[in-house]
Design a protein around this ligand. Structure first.
Ligand code: SAH
Length: 219
């Protein structure tokens, strides 16, 4: 079924984007399938199909960006998403990453510090029929009252991973985050073993907007 917010033209362009992601090394078919189903152009202000289906980051409101599709694919692949997983996202932004996780059958909890984006992302996901739990606030402390989580994804650059977030991971779960300074970050995955031990692996350089403390009460 093709939703009211999608089109054959968009689907064609999206398929090409997905083929490109496969060429760039994305292997998890469940990730590629979800990205093929979610209409990325609906998350952007100027829904130019041409921009939406290029493998590029793009400005959204409040000086923030929707992550590049390749980046979304890498992070989602590293999360090892399974149906019904409870996943915490820090940095809702446009809501695109949250929609991909929802499309994969995850139960999504997502935090955004900018009121404007928090409001807008909820509307976009509702429009497309995806469910997620949205929170307005500073994500540094996570959401322990809804945890523990099967996976945690941070979608803003962070200088180090707060211990409080690692505490909210279930044994067997992983946290994926771009760790580093403002110029570039290393995509880092920290997994908690069944015994509660942490193991860290690194997955290449990326560039994200910075994670900032506090909240912005815009519109
Ligand atoms: N996942 C988004 C892209 C996020 S861009 C998408 O799919 O579109 C990073 C987002 O993190 C921005 O919206 C920014 O406002 C938010 N952010 C930055 N610091 C934060 C914090 N401490 N808590 C919650 N959100 C934060």
């Amino acid at each position: 079924m093709i939703s009211d917010h999608d089109s054959f033209l968009a689907r064609g362009k999206r398929q090409k984007l997905i083929d490109g992601l496969r060429t760039k090394g994305i292997k998890d078919e469940s990730v590629l399938e979800a990205m093929n189903r979610v209409p990325r152009h609906v998350f952007m202000d100027n829904a130019f199909l041409h921009h939406a289906y290029q493998d590029k980051a793009f400005p959204i409101s409040a000086g923030q960006t929707i992550s590049q599709p390749y980046t979304v694919a890498v992070q989602t692949e590293l999360l090892n998403v399974k149906k019904h997983d409870k996943i915490l996202e820090i940095g809702t932004g446009s809501g695109y990453q949250a929609a991909i996780l929802a499309e994969m059958g995850a139960r999504v909890y997502t935090i955004e510090r900018q009121k404007e984006l928090y409001n807008k992302a909820q509307k976009t996901l509702a429009k497309l029929g995806y469910n997620a739990h949205f929170f307005y606030g500073d994500g540094y402390k996570g959401k322990p009252q809804y945890g523990p989580y099967d996976a945690i994804i941070i979608t803003a650059a962070i200088s180090e991973i707060p211990g409080e977030l690692l505490e909210q991971l279930k044994p067997g779960g992983c946290l994926v985050a771009p760790v580093g300074g403002s110029h570039s970050q290393v995509m880092t995955r920290i997994c908690k073993s069944k015994e509660g031990k942490f193991e860290e692996t690194r997955h290449g350089l990326f560039i994200f907007v910075p994670m900032l403390g506090g909240t912005v009460n815009g519109k």
